[in-house]
Design a protein around this ligand. Structure first.
Ligand SMILES: [Zn+2]
Length: 183
């Protein structure tokens, strides 16, 4: 199996004295891989590449950044071994207004089947409750969702705090980077 270079892109580095490169390689089976390089000693000592994935009009777009070496866009609790409650888990995944809206939907529905398929967040929350607490009993789900709303601001990694931390990291990053195709 042979890999062949099919694309090269370049642009200026943050300090302007060197260059950033992007290379796309493809094999006989149509697999595609991208590699990126920092061709500047100064910028290489300060930054590393990271991708941020943003959803827009139903598609996922990759945005490429040079992030400061001591930082990352993938903000998460340092101890992954911690088992967190259903209440905290949904606070990490959704905005407070999203959970409040889901709660209203759960108040108006007697079972999972009554929830409209358009109410994606409410349905996801029900499924997460089943996974975490082994039940979809509406009374219990409502009570736990209500607890999550009450304690939302106490959770260190709630979705809104993580988004804010990510924005701060992005403000110190370089990008999004657009490479000019040179071959
Ligand atoms: Zn540079």
């Amino acid at each position: 199996m042979s890999w062949e270079k099919v694309y090269t892109g370049e642009t200026k580095c943050p300090c302007g004295t060197g260059k950033l490169f992007e290379e796309g390689i493809s094999d006989d089976w149509g697999q595609y891989r991208t590699s990126r390089y920092i061709n500047c000693p100064k910028c290489k000592s300060l930054y590393h590449y990271e991708s941020d994935y943003v959803t827009g009009s139903g598609e996922i777009h990759e945005k490429v950044y040079l992030v400061r070496n001591a930082e990352t866009l993938r903000i998460h609790r340092t101890n992954n071994a911690v088992v967190i409650s259903f209440e905290e888990a949904i606070a990490e995944r959704y905005s407070l207004s999203g959970i409040k809206h889901a709660y209203e939907i759960l108040i108006g529905a007697s079972t999972y089947k009554n929830i409209s398929s358009r109410e994606f967040c409410a349905r996801e929350i029900m499924r997460e409750h089943k996974y975490a607490n082994k039940t979809m009993k509406m009374r219990e789900v409502r009570e736990n969702v209500s607890n999550s709303i009450l304690k939302y601001h106490d959770y260190e990694y709630n979705q809104e705090k993580v988004e804010k931390m990510k924005k701060e990291v992005l403000s110190r990053s370089f990008g999004p980077i657009y490479f000019d195709a040179i071959g």
